[in-house]
Design a binder for this molecule. Structure first.
Ligand SMILES: [Zn+2]
Length: 225
């Protein structure tokens, strides 16, 4: 259960968790991309990695990415997702072009709606890595939740990420993804929207239908109670 160093002063903090968090450290501050599902003591893990003040940016407003928000410094999220929180509290809005200056290191906000209206990706210019939240995953399938997800936005964001062409880390897929995964997801999304993938029931905490395309990528659609 040790953090994995992905690049210089850049870690996957809780690699074996259901939802991972990533820590990026500059000379002045550190930035935590998401704060997990609450299944680990994130504060202690982060304290072992950095003694800098730690701010949080949430890739979107799902509970499995925000569990430990309260134990760090400032928290940031896109306004489209912030508006949908019951208690936005102290969370600050960030949009496309906002840059976190960590000291000798800048991390830029890139709007990538689709999984939720306010989903963002974070681009760390120093390592060249992109952190994509729940927008990119080869396996497991990506949650596509009625009322949250939008197929048109999803396709546009996948194309935007493809044009950036950077190594990508998501919250649930333990591997690094690239252009090939984006092409597969675009193909799968088109089949899914066209009704060309037969759903398979999936068990779990939230009963759901799985839509897996022949290329292996897919979506998990929770059923309404
Ligand atoms: Zn999510």
């Amino acid at each position: 259960m040790k953090p994995i160093e992905l690049a210089w002063h850049t870690w996957s903090v809780i690699p074996e968790s259901f939802a991972r968090a990533f820590l990026i450290e500059g000379t002045e501050r550190a930035l935590l991309v998401d704060t997990g599902a609450g299944d680990t003591d994130l504060k202690s893990l982060v304290a072992e990695l950095t003694d800098k003040p730690v701010d949080v940016v949430n890739t979107h407003n799902h509970g499995d990415h925000m569990a430990a928000n309260d134990v760090f410094g400032d928290v940031y999220m896109h306004p489209a997702d912030l508006a949908r929180l019951k208690e936005p509290g102290k969370i600050k809005p960030v949009k496309e072009g906002f840059v976190f200056d960590l000291g000798g290191r800048e991390v830029a906000v890139i709007e990538t709606p689709g999984h939720t209206p306010g989903s963002i990706s974070l681009y760390d210019q120093r390592s060249g890595l992109l952190f994509t939240g729940d927008m990119v995953s080869k396996d497991p399938p990506i949650y596509f939740i009625e009322g949250d997800a939008n197929a048109e936005d999803f396709a546009a964001s996948l194309k935007k990420l493809r044009s950036l062409d950077k190594p990508m880390f998501g919250a649930h897929d333990p591997t690094v993804n690239g252009r090939e995964t984006l092409d597969k997801l675009l193909e799968t999304l088109a089949l899914f929207v066209a009704g060309k993938i037969a759903p398979v029931p999936a068990e779990g905490p939230m009963p759901a239908d799985l839509y897996i395309s022949p290329n292996g990528t897919g979506f998990r659609c929770p059923k309404r109670p």
